[in-house]
Design a protein around this ligand. Structure first.
Ligand code: ATP
Length: 249
């Protein structure tokens, strides 16, 4: 077992010149970066700068126009999207995507792939454990629409982590939440980090990103324009001009 500092130095995910173009729209345009195991990484950027498309590229939902993706050192750019979860990559979406004619518990269970659901005797126990973990224990029989928005977001996080992914991608997990709910989600993400989950987070709340992330990336027009420690990135002139200045207006 390596020391945490050694583990933190290992690149878990590597993107090499990744581009995703939609016709003439260069949503992601030649991004190279890597994520270190055990850290919480964040992506800042104005609306339309390519953040969600980048997450879609990582999960193979958005086909690559060019570039390569490596997870734990192995290229997976040719792996089918439905197999990416098995590599250990899970994602939540910008808008809540729960199935309302299934119970909250069933929605969490759906985060386990079919083979695991039927083969794993402990699947039910794992679902209970994860629901407890994210603070939705006791809500399992309800329908998603009966939950508060904050609890729906927690259900999505439960569904994403139930399969014990190594990398958790979170697209605006606190969008639409009040300050207290945001603080609670920040605390949850940090506690998931202590359990070993490497995370990549897209959020517009800069204060939260600086507080919760170990490392930040900034995007503009599909390109990476800065990266580094959060305090450094938010002081970067290009980031201030392209994003933070616009936020203040
Ligand atoms: N499926 C698609 N087809 C065509 N264009 C798309 C598609 N998905 C995204 N785009 C375009 O790609 C660009 C990047 O969009 P993306 O949603 O990745 O940005 P974002 O940084 O996540 O924005 P936001 O902060 O508003 O969520 C935008 O110009 C968007 O309109």
């Amino acid at each position: 077992m390596s020391e945490p500092t050694e583990r933190a130095a290992l690149p878990l995910l590597e993107l090499d010149d990744v581009a995703v173009h939609f016709g003439g729209v260069r949503a992601v345009d030649g991004v190279s970066l890597y994520l270190r195991e055990g850290l919480i990484h964040g992506i800042l950027g104005a609306n339309g700068s390519g953040k969600s498309t980048l997450l879609g590229a990582v999960t193979r939902l958005n086909p690559l126009t060019r570039g390569d993706l490596r997870f734990a050192g192995r290229s997976y750019a040719g792996v089918a999207p439905h197999r990416v979860a098995r590599l250990g990559v899970a994602r939540t979406f910008q808008t809540v995507r729960l199935i309302d004619d299934r119970s909250v518990r069933d929605n969490v269970l759906l985060g386990l792939d079919t083979a695991t659901r039927s083969a794993r005797a402990g699947a039910g126990a794992r679902v209970d454990e994860v629901m407890e973990r994210v603070g939705i224990a006791g809500l399992g029989r309800m329908r998603p629409s009966e939950l508060s928005y904050g609890m729906q977001r927690r259900t999505e996080i439960a569904r994403a982590i139930v399969g014990s992914p190594r990398l958790l991608l979170l697209d605006e997990p606190t969008a639409g939440m009040n300050t207290d709910e945001r603080d609670e989600i920040s605390a949850l993400l940090r506690s998931l980090q202590r359990e070993g989950y490497t995370q990549l987070l897209v959020e517009h709340d800069v204060a939260m990103m600086v507080d919760v992330c170990d490392y930040l990336f900034a995007m503009n027009f599909g390109k990476l324009i800065a990266q580094g420690l959060p305090d450094e990135v938010v002081r970067d002139d290009g980031v201030r001009e392209s994003y933070l200045g616009k936020q203040a207006q």
